[in-house]
Design a protein around this ligand. Structure first.
Ligand code: UT7
Length: 335
């Protein structure tokens, strides 16, 4: 177990979870005018896991977190902070505190962070600040989303993409070197309307002259082509900037883990950076786009498969609604 002191960051555990229910491309073709062939060739997706009404963001996030805590060989009671990156909390007041209770992480402060598909990168960077200032030693970062609740299932231009899942990592303070070597994060609100899950309300008069906006959140709306163009332009750039901060170049990277949005985006980014396809970790075929969960699920699967080993150099990059995007370069493990 890592000595819990210092202001360097080590990422010492990972875990993931997804609902058991699977929707295949052929299943989708029964709902909208699409085909397995179209979806596979345009996105790389074959399946997505969907949560039933008895499953929740808190529940799948807790399972992922328990696995990460166990790999890090710490107790839930040792956790100082829980950051839940999600755009689909079970409760708009936040879901992180409920996860804190489900884990028995009684001393941890817990809050939600919303940055859509960049959420995991933003949450890791946020966690790092608390460790670098010496405020906290053990931080649980979770990316968990149940997008299926918000998908417009009649819209074939977006319903093919999304799935549900959760992934988690444990970040620990160390005095033997900081393994978060570089990061960059960005937002551009001018393109906010390209990808939305927005509240829409109409005036309801409470008393004479005083109205409130009564309404509901609308399903996901996406300008796919615009997001595609944005990703291809911004993701290689932000990874290069994070690499520059780390004093590294792309050839030093052992593994590239991008937000799993579209296989074509992953291939194009890797090509732009001159990173061999063998170094690109992809599980989009099985899960689709799980928003804030996609990077930590892919990371965890690669760690558990023995692909990623302690000391390996990893570049991650998230991008999506906001618009937001970011990248982080880190070494896995505590060696
Ligand atoms: O977390 C970030 C979230 N979002 C993303 O990363 C999305 C990024 N964008 C994409 O991944 C792609 O833009 C999509 C996969 C969403 C769409 O792929 P595309 O190659 O950009 O297709 P398109 O929208 O340009 O549509 C091409 C054709 C159109 O037909 P016409 O106008 O050429 O006759 C569409 O109507 O494909 C049609 N089409 C479909 N056909 C069968 C669109 N969706 C479907 C579908 N099945 N599901």
């Amino acid at each position: 177990m890592l000595k819990r002191s210092g202001t360097g960051i080590a990422i010492t555990g990972s875990g993931s979870a997804a609902p058991a229910g699977i929707l295949t491309n052929d299943d989708l073709a029964k709902i909208v005018d699409t085909s397995d062939e179209w979806i596979k060739s345009r996105t790389g997706i074959k399946n997505r896991h969907l949560a039933t009404a008895s499953e929740s963001v808190c529940q799948i996030s807790t399972v992922a977190a328990q696995k990460a805590i166990s790999m890090a060989q710490i107790d839930a009671a040792d956790i100082d902070l829980i950051i839940l990156a999600t755009s689909t909390p079970d409760d708009l007041f936040g879901s992180a505190s409920k996860i804190q209770n489900m884990l028995g992480a009684s001393k941890a402060v817990a809050f939600d962070l919303t940055a859509a598909c960049s959420g995991f990168v933003f949450a890791l960077v946020t966690a790092a600040q608390f460790i670098r200032t010496g405020a906290y030693q053990n931080i649980l970062v979770i990316g968990g989303d149940i997008l299926s609740r918000w998908v417009d299932w009649s819209d074939r231009s977006s319903n093919i993409l999304f799935g549900d899942g959760a992934g988690a990592i444990v970040c620990q303070a160390t005095d033997s070197g900081d393994r978060l070597l570089g990061f960059e994060i960005y937002s551009d609100g001018t393109k906010n309307d390209c990808l939305t899950l927005a509240y829409q309300g109409g005036d309801r008069e409470l008393i004479d002259g005083i109205s409130i906006a009564k309404g509901a959140y609308q399903p996901i709306w996406m300008n796919g082509r615009e997001i595609y163009r944005f990703a291809i332009a911004k993701v290689p750039e932000v990874i290069e900037k994070a690499l520059f901060r780390a004093g590294l170049t792309a050839d030093a990277i052992d593994w590239l883990i991008l937000h799993q949005a579209n296989q074509r985006i992953m291939d194009a980014v890797a090509e732009r950076l001159n990173i061999e396809s063998e170094k690109v970790i992809s599980n989009i075929a099985e899960y689709g786009n799980t928003s804030a969960a996609s990077i930590p699920i892919a990371l965890d699967e690669a760690v558990r498969a023995g692909k990623i080993r302690s000391g390996d150099l990893i570049a991650i990059s998230g991008f999506g609604a906001g618009l937001t995007w970011g990248a982080a370069i880190f070494q896995w493990g505590d060696r």
